[in-house]
Write a protein that binds this ligand. Structure first.
Ligand SMILES: Cc1cc2nc3c(=O)[nH]c(=O)nc-3n(C[C@H](O)[C@H](O)[C@H](O)COP(=O)(O)OP(=O)(O)OC[C@H]3O[C@@H](n4cnc5c(N)ncnc54)[C@H](O)[C@@H]3O)c2cc1C
Length: 359
């Protein structure tokens, strides 16, 4: 079986790896560099932010991925690739207003969650200027370092025989009758039995060529980074919609913004100021540190953040794996496995109905 995946972000790469390991010949096409868009730009928190605000379909994907991500990271390292730095850094939710809802939610998902007082907070995160009297501590939540995850996925895909073709823009999908049979690209036509659209924020644009309206839109997110000492900031901290994520080498990401500006990926002075202000208030130690880097990425926004993981109705051989919005890294592993279950007609890991495109 020849499969073409359109888009070499984390969703395309995870799908490619699952398919090649199941015996498909897989080619991944990307209009730019492989893995250089949202999947590079993201924070790598392996949980939706405030997961109790999300629907069951999002949380079910997250739960499956959370249960399997450590093993995936270990496999990637075992294959001799880059360490994606899966790290169980734990997450502190510093907002107080949703604590009882959050604790109920955590109990129903079997996720360890502890209410911590000021004294315990100070022990957990010594540099924190504690904003309130208590916080929620999720000790088992983890993160990966996105650029390293993408690199290790590229290495793994190559090792398993996936053909990766950067700088190859897909301009159209060819139908024969009611079946997709090829993709047209800036470098010629590529025939396929199975085609997967994993084109992130660009998915709707591509599918509009088939007369399809798929509600996936770009949502810009900006991020800044400091370089602290390793271990100076210990955990992921979430407060009033913003977060800090400490990496193993002391780098600390501070994010993010939510901006509807079409495909504009530029960074802005306003966002820099807002993110730095947040960082300074929560961790005064950042006041004396320069911002090392500032970047933006385009999330594939979908209604309620529920991704489309499905066969396209009425077109044989064409599948979607897109629209993961703010959570593509955490949802991606489950999402790839579910789509491959559907393609191979295996017992799916999750009930697929919530992720279908309305016909
Ligand atoms: C600032 C920020 C912070 C984030 N933080 C987190 C987080 O902490 N945790 C989390 O889980 N998620 C996070 N996300 C979300 C996550 O990064 C995305 O949901 C995820 O990366 C989407 O992956 P993707 O593969 O669908 O998209 P992308 O990585 O954007 O990949 C799509 C690829 O398709 C290619 N493409 C598009 N059109 C075509 C075409 N016509 N032909 C060929 N190639 C094409 C593009 O070049 C691109 O490489 C964050 C995102 C941002 C921006």
């Amino acid at each position: 079986m020849q499969t073409v995946i359109i888009g070499g972000g984390i969703i395309g790469l995870l799908t490619a790896r699952e398919l090649v390991m199941a015996g498909h010949n897989v080619t991944v096409l990307d209009q730019g560099q492989i893995g250089a868009e949202a999947s590079w730009a993201g924070g790598g928190i392996l949980s939706p932010l405030y997961p109790w605000r999300y629907s069951e379909p999002v949380n079910q994907l997250a739960k499956w991925s959370q249960q399997h991500f450590a093993a995936l990271a270990a496999q990637l390292i075992q294959e001799g690739g880059t360490d994606p730095q899966w790290t169980q850094s734990g997450l502190l939710v510093l907002d107080r207003n949703e604590q009882s809802e959050a604790r109920q939610w955590a109990q129903s998902y079997g996720l360890p969650c502890e209410l911590v007082d000021v004294q315990r907070l100070a022990e957990l995160e010594p540099e924190l200027a504690i904003p309130d009297k208590s916080a929620l501590w999720f000790p088992t939540l983890a993160q990966v370092r996105n650029p390293r995850l993408v690199k290790s996925m590229v290495e793994s895909c190559e090792k398993h025989g996936v053909q990766l073709r950067p700088q190859t823009q897909v301009t159209g999908i060819t139908l024969r009758g009611q079946r997709a049979t090829a993709v047209e690209t800036s470098r010629g036509s590529v025939a396929a039995d199975t085609i997967v659209v994993a084109s992130g924020a660009w998915s709707a644009r591509l599918l509009s060529g088939l007369g399809m309206q798929v509600p996936v839109r770009p949502v810009r997110g900006q991020m800044i980074m400091y370089h602290a000492a390793p271990g100076q900031i210990r955990h992921i901290n979430l407060y009033e919609g913003h977060y800090v994520i400490p990496r193993q080498d002391g780098r600390v990401l501070v994010g993010s913004t939510l901006e509807e500006v079409e495909f504009d990926k530029s960074t802005t002075a306003d966002a820099r100021e807002i993110l730095a202000g947040f960082a300074h208030a929560l961790f005064p130690v950042f006041r004396d540190m320069p911002i090392e880097h500032h970047w933006a990425g385009l999330r594939p926004g979908s209604p309620d953040g529920i991704p489309y993981i499905c066969a396209v109705p009425d077109i044989g051989g064409l599948y979607l794996n897109t629209g993961h919005y703010r959570n593509g890294v955490v949802l991606g592993y489950a999402s790839a496995r579910l789509l491959v279950d559907l393609i191979l007609e295996r017992q799916p890991i999750l009930e697929p109905a919530p992720y279908r495109l309305a016909s």
